[in-house]
Design a protein. Sequence first.
Length: 400
Amino acid sequence: MRPRLSRKLTGFGTTIFTEMTRLANERGAINLAQGFPDFDGPEFVKEAAVAAIGAGHGQYARMSGVPALNAALSRKYARDYALAYDGDAEITVTSGATEAIFATLQGLCDVGDEVVMFEPFYDSYRASAYMAGAIPRVATLRAPSPAQPDVGAWTFDRDAVTALFGPRTRVLLLNSPHNPTGKVYARDELEFLAGLCKEHDVVCISDEVYEHLVFDGEHIPMATLPGMRERTVTISSLGKTFSLTGWKVGWAAAPPDLTFAIRSAHQFITFATATPLQHAAVAAIESGPEFYRQLTADYRYKRDLLVGELARIGFDVTAPAGTYFACAGFASFGYTDDVAFTKHLIDVGVAVIPPSVFYVHPERGRSYVRFAFCKREATLRAAVARLEGLNRTADRGREK
C-alpha cells in the first residue's frame, strides 16, 4: 500500500503547540506553553459579535472581507503608522495570520523558489514554504551574550544573511516582534534587510501579529521604510491584541499586484472568514491607541513578574522586548537539552515549549525553553510556586 502522507509533510509531525497542550491537560500541568490567554477578550468585542449574529450576519462574507472591516483596517494603518491602504483593493481578511502567511506563499512562490527566514521560527513557516514547493533558506538569530547583558536583543550575522539571497530568492519571511525570542527588530536591522529585498527584487512577508505588544524599542512596520510598501505584505490579526485567538481573524495588507496573488490562493483555502466575527472585529479595531496602551501596561506587569521570578529561581532569563513570551536558560538545573528539561517541567507541573523544534539546526535551540505569560496573574504565580522546587529536584538528580 502506498504511504498515505504526502512527501511535502513528511517529517513535520504534529505541531508542538498541540502536543504540549495535550500533555498539560493529561498531566494537570499549568500551560505556559501554547500562546493563548487563559482569560477572555474584551466584553465590548464579544457583545458586538452577539449583535452581529442577532442582526442576521450568518452567511458567507465577501471573499476579501466584510467591507466595514476592510475599511476599519484601512483607517487603522493610517492612524497607527501613516500607511495608506485601500480597504477594498489592498486588504484581505483571512482565517488568522497563519492562513494569511500560507495563502501569500502559495500565491507568490513557484516550485524551486527560495524563502529566506530566521530560526527560531513559528513552525508553520517552513511547512507553508514546502507546501508551496519553495525551499527555505535559514539564518540564525543569536541569543544575547551573558558577557554583554546590555545588548538585550537577539542578533544576526549580516554577512550570513546576505549570502542567502540570490537569483532564486522570492520571499523574505520576517517576524517582528518575534516569536519565540521576543526580539523587536531595530530600524537599522530592518533597513539592512530592506536593502537586500530591493537589491534582489524580493517580496517581504512581514508577520506583525505582536505589533501592539512592545515594551522596549518600537515596532516599525517594514512597509513604512523607503521603497518597501510596494514589495511588502503586512500580516497581522485580532487574536493576540484582543485576546481572542480562537476567533481566527487575520489579514494581509499589500499593493494590488501582491493582493491579487494572495486572493488567488485565499479563495481556494478558506474563501471567507466567519462573518459575525468580522463585524465584531470592526469594534475592536476602532478602539485604537488607548486600548493598546492598557494592553501593553498589563503585559509589561506580567512580563516583569514572570521574568523576575524565573531569575530568582535560577533561570538565565532576559526580559523580552516584545510579544508575550520569555526565553529562559536552564543550565543551572543540571540539564543540557530543552526537550529533556521540558519533560522534567511537566513532572513538576508546568508546561513550556522546547524551542529546538523551531530550528532547522535543533542543536542551536536546545539551551533554553519558552514561557508564555499571556495568562492571569494567579496562573503565573501558581506556576512559579510549582517551579520553586526545581533547584531541590535538580540537586537530587545530580547527587544520584
